[in-house]
Design a binder for this molecule. Structure first.
Ligand SMILES: Cc1cc2nc3c(=O)[nH]c(=O)nc-3n(C[C@H](O)[C@H](O)[C@H](O)COP(=O)(O)OP(=O)(O)OC[C@H]3O[C@@H](n4cnc5c(N)ncnc54)[C@H](O)[C@@H]3O)c2cc1C
Length: 436
């Protein structure tokens, strides 16, 4: 029997899923699929919290598919090898999926499309994880926006209520639309079999934040000591356990500031899709050869939260212990690394990419370049965030600092790595000279 596969990647949900809804409305019965991609997994530490999160979501999806009298396939391997085998095991008419805009993903998907074509099947991709993708929001001259303010304005002018309309995927998840797996697919890879150990980190439930959190967002978002001053949706947006459309709609109704913050996400995904080179090099060509310092001991102290700058250290310890770091602390910690220590932003980006549960290449690269002043965004290179001024403004009673740096104020707390003024002047001078 001819079937379709629905390949989950950054969309680990059945509700409001664009590609899945399209698959379920087509003729062939659908078998949902997840691939534990060896190319990605081989680079992870054995106790990666993200993999535990993904594993739990895949198991939940499998249970939900079984409850609807369907099957769910999960395989572990290199993506092309897995598809070669799937094409032998099943009579596949098409593979449905949702678009992924990262450089590795676009290359991988092109290779999968080619392989499928050779076997008379097709890859059908849908927009799901953003409101506007790729070149849907352009300048009047038809070019990608480079300045966020103008992008956000065009985005908001183009946005219509239909853009938030949910896709009917969950409703269509019925026995008559679902295919059954072969016997070998009745068991799924376990973390242990893939060579990993469980490592659970706290995440808020995969559902919309309470309306109160959203309503107060503009007033509470910059206080890192608050437990839920922000939505904490980043991990769910990263893995698609909550639909972007539902959260955007809530923000559109209740809080303009939150809507605008989420537009940054569309903006950075658009930028990375247009300029994949910016994953590793400065967007601004003038900023590609800066004489960053080679300072491994200082970098290590930054990673471990031992710089002697309490706001920076609090953020880095929150990151190391929980896999999450408040946005204000991300700004302070990143600003300190790229300016006061004048260490290459790609090293900071890399450390965040290993530790963040919500790690998202486009958001991480975009924000790091913004902090370093090397990006497309209008972030002047001479802007420096002073961690002490930031603390006075955003953590005036030291509640956040005391939570993460209990020895602060005692002689056990390290001395500052660098005098803030000296560090700042050193960076400004070096960038001024290094810009071509
Ligand atoms: C140096 C640095 C690195 C970052 N790396 C990441 C990353 O890897 N992954 C990630 O999701 N976010 C990243 N951010 C953006 C932001 O810090 C997080 O999205 C936010 O702290 C997550 O918490 P929240 O879900 O409660 O956010 P909220 O403030 O409640 O915002 C809601 C959602 O809007 C989006 N958003 C908010 N702020 C930004 C922003 N500045 N840029 C892009 N999207 C935004 C996120 O999807 C977020 O979940 C980074 C910021 C900085 C300064």
């Amino acid at each position: 029997m001819k079937i379709s596969l629905f390949w989950h990647r950054r969309d680990l949900r059945f509700e409001d899923n664009a590609g899945l809804a399209a698959a379920l409305q087509a003729e062939e019965p659908v078998l949902p699929l997840f691939i534990y991609d060896k190319t990605i997994l081989d680079k992870l530490e054995p106790e990666d919290a993200r993999l535990t999160f993904i594993f739990d979501q895949v198991e939940r999806l499998a249970d939900e598919a079984h409850a609807a009298d369907g099957g769910f396939v999960a395989r572990h391997g290199k993506v092309l090898d897995v598809f070669r085998q799937l094409l032998k095991d099943y009579d596949v008419a098409a593979v449905y999926t949702n678009e992924d805009y990262e450089p590795y993903a676009t290359e991988r998907d092109a290779a999968v499309a080619e392989l499928l074509q050779k076997h008379g099947a097709e890859l059908r991709s849908f927009k799901d994880q953003v409101i506007f993708a790729k070149d849907e929001v352009l300048t009047k001259n038809g070019k990608p926006h480079k300045v966020f303010g103008a992008y956000s304005k065009t985005w908001q002018a183009q946005m219509k209520p239909e853009d938030f309309k949910p896709h009917p995927s969950a409703r269509l998840l019925k026995k008559e639309n679902l295919a059954q797996p072969i016997a070998a697919d009745k068991t799924r890879p376990t973390l242990q079999k893939m060579g990993f150990k469980r490592h659970e980190q706290y995440t808020v439930p995969a559902k919309l934040p309470p309306p109160g959190v959203v309503k107060d967002y503009d007033k509470t978002r910059d206080t890192p000591a608050l437990e839920r001053g922000t939505t904490r949706m980043s991990v769910h947006l990263r893995f698609g356990t909550v639909s972007i459309r539902s959260l955007m709609q809530q923000a559109d109704k209740l809080n303009e500031k939150l809507l605008n913050e989420m537009i940054w996400r569309d903006f950075f995904m658009m930028l990375l899709w247009h300029f994949p080179n910016t994953a590793t090099e400065a967007y601004d060509p003038k900023m590609r050869h800066l004489p960053y310092r080679d300072a491994p001991k200082e970098y290590k102290a930054w990673c471990e939260g031992r710089t002697g700058q309490p706001f920076v250290d609090a953020g880095m310890r929150q990151l190391n212990q929980t896999g999450y770091i408040h946005n204000r602390a991300r700004i302070v910690a990143a600003g300190y690394l790229v300016k006061h220590l004048f260490i290459d932003w790609t090293l900071g980006e890399h450390y965040f990419s290993e530790k963040l549960l919500d790690y998202d290449m486009s958001n991480n690269v975009g924000n790091w370049q913004w902090m370093a002043g090397t990006g497309a965004v209008a972030a002047p290179w001479f802007r420096v965030y002073n961690p002490e001024t930031q603390q006075k403004q955003y953590d005036p009673d030291l509640a956040y600092i005391k939570e993460w740096v209990p020895e602060y104020g005692t002689d056990k707390y390290p001395k500052p790595l660098v005098d803030l003024k000296e560090g700042r002047d050193r960076a400004i001078e070096a960038i001024r000279k290094g810009r071509k």
